[in-house]
Design a protein around this ligand. Structure first.
Ligand SMILES: C[S@@+](CC[C@H](N)C(=O)[O-])C[C@H]1O[C@@H](n2cnc3c(N)ncnc32)[C@H](O)[C@@H]1O
Length: 263
């Protein structure tokens, strides 16, 4: 983001249905949280920061593993849920490009689909707040062609063309070599790419449509076509994926980047 105040508008899209996001959407991301925490060896004695922490489920799970957790998100209404879930954690409303913590404060920094191709300077801040030898784990959407569940993201394309272009630029960070090069540019070492398990599951098309509508990119689509048309399109897409006796399931390719700040 070039405009330093742009982050203050994020809550409009991400916060307006914070309870739906926390209960219907975010829990579906749990596989990636578990996998990245496992890769990073998160545990007792780690001071961990989660950037763009959303409603704070990843934080809560890191704390179950023994970490002392902190988080930041631009959406005040998502942060309210995160604080409700983890009352003892240090969770702030703010911008990932200007982290309100001192240099070398954390052993581990994570961000789950929070840092994008459009927000590369957040990596500079991550590097600053990590202790030397500290670990970082980031995830981003991978390739649509490797995603049998790509259908579940399709309604986002109902946004106006410039917003769809921006969504495309965001996910560019998942392309081969792109994240690796960026992490190295900001001084990280031992950069590794891993495949991260990711599958959303929904009880039925209406639940799927409601869950999807709670997200930021859905807000961009809804601004363009309205609530009703968005819900109709999402339900129609999901109906084609129904399977008798099984949940709607969308497996999506997610790339994980693991790295270290040099010791
Ligand atoms: C795709 S969601 C990921 C949320 C959470 N990490 C998860 O796993 O569900 C992106 C998050 O980034 C937050 N966000 C967007 N811009 C931000 C910024 N400049 N600083 C901090 N958070 C931001 C949004 O409020 C939203 O919670």
């Amino acid at each position: 983001m070039n405009d330093p105040t742009a982050w203050t508008l994020v809550d409009e899209g991400w916060g307006r249905r914070a309870v739906d996001f926390a209960t219907l959407s975010e829990p579906g991301n749990c596989r990636e949280y578990v996998a990245v925490h496992q890769h990073l060896g998160v545990g007792d004695g780690d001071r961990l920061l989660d950037i763009a922490c959303g409603a704070g489920l990843a934080l809560e799970l890191a704390s179950v593993r023994g970490a002392d957790v902190a988080g930041i998100d631009a959406s005040a209404r998502l942060v309210a849920v995160a604080r409700d879930r983890s009352p003892d954690a240090d969770i702030r409303v703010g911008d990932m490009h200007d982290l309100p913590w001192d240099d070398a404060s954390f052993d581990v920094v994570t961000s789950f689909r929070g840092v994008w191709g459009t927000t590369p300077l957040a990596l500079q801040e991550i590097h600053r707040v990590l202790k030397s030898g500290g670990r970082v784990g980031l995830t981003v959407w991978g390739h649509i062609k490797n995603s049998p569940g790509a259908w579940a993201l399709a309604p986002f394309r109902l946004a106006a063309p410039p917003k769809v272009d921006n969504q495309r630029n965001m996910v560019a960070l998942g392309r081969p070599g792109v994240g690796e090069e960026l992490l190295e540019k900001f001084g990280f070492t031992e950069v590794r790419r891993v495949t991260v398990p990711f599958a959303w599951e929904f009880a039925d098309p209406a639940v799927y449509a409601r869950a999807l509508a709670s997200t930021g990119p859905a807000y961009e689509a809804i601004q363009n076509v309205g609530d009703e048309a968005f819900a109709e399109a999402a339900i129609e897409t999901a109906k084609e994926r129904l399977r008798a006796g099984l949940p709607l399931r969308a497996s999506i390719d997610v790339v994980g980047y693991l790295a270290r700040k040099e010791a």
